[in-house]
Design a binder for this molecule. Structure first.
Ligand code: FE2
Length: 397
């Protein structure tokens, strides 16, 4: 991210900052940074020490139950029937995971009673449906449908959900990684600025809009994800007591419709759609776009065997021409070891098309993914046979 600042920061780091209300009390400076003191960082100025605790609550391990299917096949799941309910943290239901990535489906419908901080990973929330404001120690960050909301680890925050009765639904994909969420190296110059040919610019990334400095005695609950679980704490001060911050680490949004899609005379491969890079995975955005324009072009993906990755696609909007029977809200999993491509008839149907209105979010992991019982609940086993019009039965699990 680029350098940003909100509120009051002193002209020199690690120098005296006095509260402006004449109380002659020093502000508390906190450096929040990656890779020890060598990675990106921000510096925040608090009214009180962020270490201060009133009480230590319980530790609750995160259960990551695995469903091991009997068979290794291409899979389709529908996230629409997945039950919602709860706040932005408790509504999360784990769909798949490996050592580099967890993917949760969340349909929150309640305000958060506690603040949340992820102490062991970065998070990206793709907002399929819904909107609201992410309140954090860095300020308020509005979010809306089709936003990726990127939250660096260490960010104390709370989600406020839109209460528009006409659009009550929230339907999110939540990605957690112990690594970092970044824009791909190849989009940036040696100074970190996004290149002219990147599919987005710094203007498409939106940081916190307004600082929220709250002087409040509490008590306030904070839940921190650490050591594979959630540790609860009680604070006797509001955690949003920051009067100013600056640096390169803060939550931000990027809207999928701001991804400037690339097309070619002939078909371009998925890396043309890459949006983020992570530890052994990528996240890509297939945005509405012009299609391959040579008169002999096949404007759909060619069959491919991604022999070193698992490919997962969430269909977010429009009509994805390469897939039959896959609706908005569905997810396909094309695992390693198996080739995949357009279903029968899809290529012929697509010939001559010059535009697609599809919107899809894809994550490719370089190590195998494990599924959970939630996937089993919404699994569509006939998908494995969908390339064979003569075979529709599904005697596998
Ligand atoms: Fe693919």
């Amino acid at each position: 991210m680029r350098y940003a600042t909100l509120g009051e920061v002193p002209p020199k780091r690690h120098s005296q900052v006095w509260r402006s209300n004449g109380s002659r009390r020093l502000m508390v400076e906190e450096v929040l940074g990656y890779e020890g003191f060598s990675g990106n960082e921000s510096i925040l100025y608090h009214l009180h020490s962020p270490c201060r605790l009133a009480d230590v609550g319980p530790f609750t391990p995160i259960a990551r139950e695995e469903w091991v299917p009997d068979t290794h096949v291409h899979r389709l799941a529908d996230t629409r029937p997945i039950a919602g309910g709860g706040d932005a943290l408790t509504a999360r239901r784990l769909l798949m995971f490996n050592a580099d990535l967890e993917v949760w489906v969340a349909k929150p419908d309640a305000p958060m009673s506690a603040f949340y901080r992820n102490g062991e990973g970065d998070e990206v929330v793709y907002v399929h449906r819904g909107g609201g404001v992410l309140h954090s120690v860095f300020g308020s960050l509005p979010f809306r449908e089709r936003d990726y909301v990127v939250i660096p680890r260490g960010t104390t925050h709370r989600w406020e959900l839109d209460t528009d009765p006409a659009r009550p639904e929230q339907h999110w994909l939540v990605f957690h990684t112990p690594g970092e969420i970044e824009t791909p190296n190849r989009y940036r110059n040696r100074y970190g600025q996004l290149l002219e040919h990147a599919p987005y610019s710094q203007r498409d990334f939106h940081g916190p809009a307004e600082l929220e400095t709250i002087e409040d005695d509490g008590p306030h609950e904070v839940v921190v994800r650490v050591r594979g679980g959630h540790q609860a704490y009680t604070l006797d001060r509001h955690p949003f007591d920051v009067v100013g911050w600056d640096g390169y680490v803060y939550p931000y949004t990027f809207n999928a419709m701001d991804f400037e899609p690339r097309a070619g005379r002939f078909h371009l491969p998925p890396p043309a759609h890459q949006t983020f890079q992570g530890q052994n995975f990528v996240i890509c955005t297939f945005a509405p776009r012009m299609l391959d324009w040579d008169e002999t072009a096949v404007p759909l993906p060619y069959h491919h065997s991604n022999i070193q990755s698992e490919e997962v696609m969430f269909y977010a909007d429009g009509d994805y021409a390469a897939r039959k029977g896959v609706d908005v809200g569905c997810i396909t999993l094309h695992p390693s070891g198996l080739p995949h491509g357009p279903q029968p008839g899809a290529v012929e149907k697509a010939l001559g098309a010059r535009h697609t209105d599809e919107l899809a979010v894809m994550w490719d992991t370089f190590r195998p993914l494990r599924l959970t019982p939630l996937w089993r609940e919404v699994d569509e086993p006939s998908y494995a046979y969908s390339w064979n019009p003569d075979r529709t039965a599904a005697p596998h699990a």
